[in-house]
Ligand binder design. Structure first.
Ligand code: AR6
Length: 171
């Protein structure tokens, strides 16, 4: 199981995987952070396709093509805005990972990369978010044999350290 998970430091738009996950907002029309980077790298056709989706509720996920990205698909998911950790945020964030992985399987995706959803503009504490990301993904991979690789694409060494710490804890 552990060999199906990789924790790296890098720019998610550059990864050679079947699908990259976007930390989007409910309108799905682009924004700042990783969302902005993905839309810039994919080109304007991405927002054209997103417009047709009519948005996405928090905790759910939608799939599009990757256009100019190396990745064939972008899976757009909407993380919760962090308030106090007791307002449904953990369940919603878990839903982002679970629903993105489900969509990946339905679309024949074998390799998928996640950014640290909600931990930027949406203010989710990285440690709590990493724990959810890893535990939901491990539980999913226990039930699924079709996904070969899940990459957690961190932005900076500090985030890599946090993910590695929890990864060791879970194993
Ligand atoms: N590759 C990998 N990770 C990245 C990259 C990148 N190129 N760029 C940033 N990150 P954020 P959120 C990391 O703010 O908190 C947008 O405006 C970043 O360091 O992108 O879910 C949307 O439109 C952080 O750890 O997403 C929404 O309105 C993580 O990606 C809102 O922000 C997520 O940070 C979503 O906020």
């Amino acid at each position: 199981m552990g060999e199906r998970i990789a924790i790296i430091d890098g720019d998610i738009t550059k990864l050679e995987v079947d699908a990259i996950v976007n930390a989007a907002n409910e309108r799905l029309l682009g924004g700042g952070g990783v969302d902005g980077a993905i839309h810039r790298a994919a080109g304007p056709e991405l927002v054209d396709e997103c417009r047709g989706l009519g948005g996405c509720p928090t905790g759910e996920a939608r799939i599009t093509a990757g256009y100019q990205l190396t990745a064939r698909h972008v899976i757009h998911t909407v993380g919760p805005v962090y308030r106090d950790g007791c307002s449904g945020e953990p369940e919603l964030l878990a839903g982002c990972y679970r629903n993105s992985l489900r969509l990946a399987v339905e679309n024949g995706v074998k390799s998928i990369a996640f950014p640290a959803i909600s931990t930027g503009v949406y203010g989710y504490p990285l440690e709590e978010a990493a724990r959810i990301a890893l535990s939901v993904t491990l539980a999913f991979l226990e039930q699924d044999t079709s996904i070969e690789q899940v990459v957690f694409c961190c932005f900076g060494e500090e985030a890599v350290d946090v993910y590695n710490r929890f990864f060791k804890e879970v194993f």
